[in-house]
Ligand binder design. Structure first.
Ligand code: PLP
Length: 458
């Protein structure tokens, strides 16, 4: 099946793309069992099967295309297909011969790409008889998406929200509560791992991996509850490929094919969602489209992490995967791009990075906000700070195109809007936004820990 048969660019694709079909050398990522498989009130360990079988099968399948269920397609119709547009005003502002396109995932009801997987997961968990989904969220985009998705299937939703985002973004919290979710600042006294962290540091800003640990433990401690992962897992990456499936058709309709695909990386679902279908197409046609994952300097898992077996969450309650990681206990500085504050990269993305099938670049917070502002003033869409990372990279690529005089075709993911992040933009404009130089020590400490060197003092 070719992409054209699969998707013309005018309607919603009917299948997700499974990149494992095109990575024959990839050894299934799974898995070392968790060191601490959660525990019951009496302290005895137990393991609850996590994923509904269909979703588990999706995560190990080698089928190239996996049909999207009708119920999920019907929900996607609320905002998909999302626009793929040429950023002509931005090009003019940058004075570049490059053609810059963006796939606008910010038009989803939740404001980011995350709803693509949230609705699919809620559908499969609901069919498996689950009544409540729990999760951890950083900036709140995943929590918002899951709140909506649970609502769609009449399920309860409990969201552990990283403390610093909870404080920085009260409106995100309100948004989730409007949608009927319960929002708990993390670390919280509600779970064992939350209590342990609070005992150590009552002012802990939290992190995505701590919030994830809390979500897992909370799910383990009740019946009819499950933990829903917002990224990193194979099945999440799969669900997000609806983005790239559409984009391939849309670019073809415009008579273009990207030389470069750029996306911000938290754990990798946004990047995978847009880039993987282009990987397939460029492989099939013998092109060498460059795939670039953009991360914050404050959480540089690809450019400064190590390819190791590590846990997905802070307390090691989840199984281990081989991934590029800063260590699962790494607590990234409280930068505004909360969705990128995750210590590791998805196993598939990590493997591809190790094989040099994709590249990565890291930027500092201020240069990222500058890029976001530049884009907003040209195209009149205010990008999420996460998406502004991709834009920062696009600006560099556009400058390179100007130097070489090439009409480089650049496609990037506008993964979400920044309307809940205006406080951060305000700080940038006031000049009060912290830069990353003060974060350097933290990242170095993490590198030391991974290398077995004692962390520096002071
Ligand atoms: C979560 C998020 C990202 C990155 O997350 P991934 O784990 O890489 O998918 C990027 N942009 C926005 C707007 C997000 O909400």
């Amino acid at each position: 099946m070719t992409a054209e048969e699969l998707y013309t660019g005018l309607e919603i694709p009917t299948a997700w793309y499974n990149i494992l079909a095109d990575l024959p050398d990839y050894v299934p990522h799974e898995r070392r069992p968790p060191a601490d498989p959660g525990s019951t009130a009496d302290g005895s360990a137990r393991l609850v099967p996590q994923l509904p079988l269909t979703m588990y099968r999706q995560s190990v399948s080698r089928d190239r295309f996996i049909p999207i269920p009708d119920e999920v397609l019907a929900y996607y119709e609320r905002w998909r297909p999302t626009p793929l547009l040429r950023a002509r005003a931005f090009e003019a502002h940058l004075d570049t011969p490059a053609h810059i396109y963006y796939k606008n995932e910010s038009v989803s009801p939740s404001g980011s790409h995350k709803l693509n997987s949230a609705i699919a997961q809620a559908y499969y968990y609901h069919r498996a008889g689950i009544q409540e989904l729990a999760t951890g969220t950083g900036a709140g985009q995943w929590g918002t998406a899951l709140a909506m998705a649970c609502r769609a299937f009449g399920m309860d939703c409990t969201v552990f929200m990283v403390r610093c985002s909870y404080d920085q973004k009260p409106q995100r919290r309100a948004m989730m509560e409007v949608l009927g979710a319960r929002v708990v600042p993390s670390p919280s006294p509600l779970t064992r791992s939350g209590r342990a962290i609070l005992a150590d540091d009552p002012d802990s800003p939290g992190s995505l991996s701590i919030a994830g640990s809390e979500g897992i433990q909370y799910a383990w401690e009740g019946s009819g509850r499950r933990y829903a992962a917002g990224s990193a897992e194979n099945h999440v990456l799969l669900h997000q490929t609806v983005i790239g499936q559409e984009a391939v058709g849309q670019m073809r309709r415009l008579g273009e094919f990207p030389d470069v695909v750029v996306a911000a990386i938290g754990a990798g679902s946004n990047f995978a969602g847009l880039a993987f279908p282009f990987y397939r197409e460029s492989l099939a046609e013998g092109r060498d489209t460059e795939l670039v994952a953009v991360e914050p300097k404050a959480c540089p898992k690809l450019t400064q992490g190590k390819y190791i077996w590590d846990h997905h969450d802070a307390t090691g309650s989840m199984p281990m995967s081989k991934m590029y990681s800063l260590g699962h206990t790494f607590v990234p500085p409280a930068i505004h791009a909360g969705g990128l504050r995750y210590h590791g990269a998805a196993p598939i993305v990590s493997w591809m990075y190790d094989q040099k099938l994709l590249s990565a670049v890291a930027y500092g917070q201020r240069e990222v906000f500058e890029a976001g502002l530049t884009f907003a003033r040209a195209e009149h869409i205010i990008p999420a700070p996460e998406s502004a990372h991709a834009i920062r990279c696009v600006i560099d690529k556009a400058a390179e195109a100007r130097r070489t005089g090439r009409e480089t075709v650049i496609l990037f993911s506008l993964s979400g809007h920044g309307l809940m992040d205006l406080g951060a933009y305000q700080q940038y404009m006031d000049g009060s936004l912290p830069d990353d130089s003060e974060f350097d020590d933290l990242v170095t400490d993490s590198a030391d820990r991974l290398a077995g060197r004692p962390a520096r003092l002071g």
